[in-house]
Design a protein around this ligand. Structure first.
Ligand code: KG4
Ligand code: ZN
Length: 385
């Protein structure tokens, strides 16, 4: 069955008057999260300030850890239990009533179907009950907006467009050309703006899978980050895929195979434990090197003025350091931009932020549309099913 989207922006959509508050709801994977964000216009800029008033997140990581990854059905059931307390917490912490909200934003794509459905159903029911407009949000657009959360006017004014957005998470790795501030984004930026993506595993997935082979718990990215301390990044030479300078796509499945073979050998020799710091540092080096080489080539090719890193893997210290040392050579005009660490991994503040800028553009749904809002496991669906 084809997905049909409504015509957007919607003339009937109520545009909030700034400053205003948005409640965000996120449940696309294994975090049940709710947050209130305040949107404040700036006199000197087209781009407003996005201030986090509250953020309550229940991470299900410890629930999924024994399984070595996220179990979709278990994730949905836990969202059912956790989402309401998170919403109550977020509203209490922001010291607001539902009637103070100008919009409710919810992730409705992409993600685990059952997990998304819990968030969408809760959000549309709440929107109907308290009569606050609903805004559906693409999860990756949320990650993109995480960059602007709680940033000072000075930092916001440093950002120059076009901006190359490197989105690196557990499920996605892509480069997106961002033409201007979020208030100006086209509806399908997360599809038409994408100039490169991973052809197989996402960067976070590469961290997680190789960490699992080394015996670390799920999710392994932060373990490799920590485990690499004191390790020699040149100890093992793992492959960098797609070396052609005009190809900006990524590929990490070859790395995983190569790491698996090395680990097998080290196990046989009884040297795995002793080699772990070097192994971690070398795996991290291979992933970071692939990401940065492609990002810098793409930035130069597309004449980007600034570069930003978002998504869970943006917490990686080596990746941040590499981008900070190479940006001038790539022809960028300003140093790379990063979201605050608290907003790198999945959270509802980034969804509320995207909801605020989309509401301003007229993407809030009418009540009839809101009741028909569906969830889309892939990122290609738009508004209403
Ligand atoms: O954005 P996110 O929370 O979830 C998705 O939307 O996928 O990203 C989670 C990913 C996991 O793969 C995790 O291992 C990775 O982010 N990650 C890291 C670090 N912290 C989290 N990867 C490398 N270094 C880190 N410090
Ligand atoms: Zn995410």
């Amino acid at each position: 069955m084809a997905f049909v989207s409504t015509q957007k922006p919607n003339a009937l959509s109520p545009r909030p008057k700034a400053p205003f508050y948005v409640l965000g709801i996120e449940s696309s994977c294994d975090e049940s999260s709710a947050s209130v964000v305040r949107y404040e216009p700036q006199e000197s800029s087209q781009q407003g300030l996005l201030k986090v008033r509250s953020l309550s997140t229940f991470s299900q990581i410890s629930i999924h850890q024994p399984f070595g990854g996220v179990v979709p059905e278990v994730a949905s059931r836990n969202h059912l239990v956790s989402l309401f307390p998170m919403i109550e917490d977020a509203m209490r912490e922001a010291n607001l009533h539902f009637s103070d909200l100008s919009a409710i934003a919810v992730t409705n794509r992409p993600g685990l179907m059952g997990a998304l459905l819990v968030g969408v159903t809760v959000a549309k029911t709440l929107s109907y009950a308290v009569n606050v407009p609903l805004v559906p949000i693409h999860h990756l657009e949320g990650h993109a907006c995480s960059l602007f959360l709680d940033q000072s006017p000075e930092t916001i004014s440093r950002i120059q467009y076009p901006l190359l957005l490197m989105l690196v998470s557990g499920g996605h790795t892509q480069l997106c050309l961002v033409p201007g501030p979020p208030e100006t984004w086209p509806e399908d930026l997360m599809q038409t703006g994408v100039i490169a993506r991973s052809r197989d595993d996402a960067a976070g997935e590469a961290f997680d899978k190789t960490a699992k082979l080394m015996g670390y718990p799920y999710p392994g990215g932060a373990w490799i980050d920590q485990g690499s301390e004191g390790g020699n990044p040149k100890a093992y030479s793992f492959p960098r895929a797609l070396p052609q300078r005009i190809v900006f796509d990524f590929s990490f499945s070859g790395l995983k195979t190569s790491v698996a073979m090395t680990i097998e050998k080290l196990k046989k020799e009884g040297r795995l434990e002793a080699e772990l710091p070097h192994l971690c540092a070398s795996v991290q080096e291979a992933i970071v090197d692939s990401l940065c080489t492609k990002a810098f080539l793409a930035a130069r090719h597309h004449g980007c003025k600034s570069l930003a890193l978002v998504g869970g893997v943006a917490a990686n210290r080596c990746l941040r350091a590499r981008l900070e040392s190479g940006w001038e050579e790539a022809g960028l005009l300003v140093p790379p931009l990063f979201p605050m660490k608290a907003y790198c991994t999945d959270n509802a503040a980034m969804i509320a932020a995207a909801g605020a800028t989309r509401a301003l553009q007229g993407y809030a749904l009418t009540q009839d549309e809101a009741l028909r809002l569906g969830a889309h496991a892939s990122g290609t669906g738009k508004g209403i099913k």
